[in-house]
Design a protein around this ligand. Structure first.
Ligand SMILES: [Mn+2]
Length: 160
């Protein structure tokens, strides 16, 4: 299963749609700060494919966005959150603690606009970076996650 994970597109739906068209994923996870209508993205992805849109600190209007999400896929338990509620600019302790409280072994977050891939206290901590406004010398990036039946989890950062 191929999952496209993006974050912090900040109005720029075209960047997300470009990644969707490039990668043709089976599922899309957007970790927030969309600031735009998600329907054109859903159309590009294919409405039959699963997608999760998380609410960021800049997303005021869309009531369909989830504050956060916990879900199971191929033997892994995921916690997806924008991250601004967990002081992620000052470290990932609170984020990892929240993930462990929810029995998750993978946490996906955005907000800092920089790619992250770390293993902390048994939790895989992942941030795709921003697909439209990178910070800290990073590029406009996203994650392609390949999940296998046996639980193998591949993570690759790509740039658009
Ligand atoms: Mn943001």
């Amino acid at each position: 299963m191929k999952i496209l994970i993006v974050s912090d597109s900040h109005v720029n739906n075209n960047a997300v749609i470009q990644a969707v068209s490039q990668e043709k994923p089976d599922m899309l996870i957007h970790l927030g700060d969309i600031e735009n209508d998600t329907h054109p993205i859903e159309q590009a992805l294919g409405t039959e494919k699963p997608s999760i849109y998380i609410r960021g600190n800049c997303d005021y209007y869309d009531p369909e966005l989830k504050p956060q999400a916990v879900f199971n896929l191929m033997g892994h338990r995921f916690f997806a959150t924008h991250g601004h509620m967990y002081s992620v600019n000052y470290g990932y302790d609170r984020l990892v603690y929240a993930a462990r409280e929810k029995s998750c072994d993978v946490v996906l977050f955005g907000h800092i606009h920089k790619p992250v891939d770390e293993e902390i206290g048994g939790v895989r901590v992942l941030n795709p970076g921003s697909i439209s406004r990178p910070r800290g010398g990073s590029e406009r990036s996203y994650i392609i996650m390949e999940l296998e039946e046996d639980g193998k989890l591949g993570v690759e950062f790509r740039e658009i």
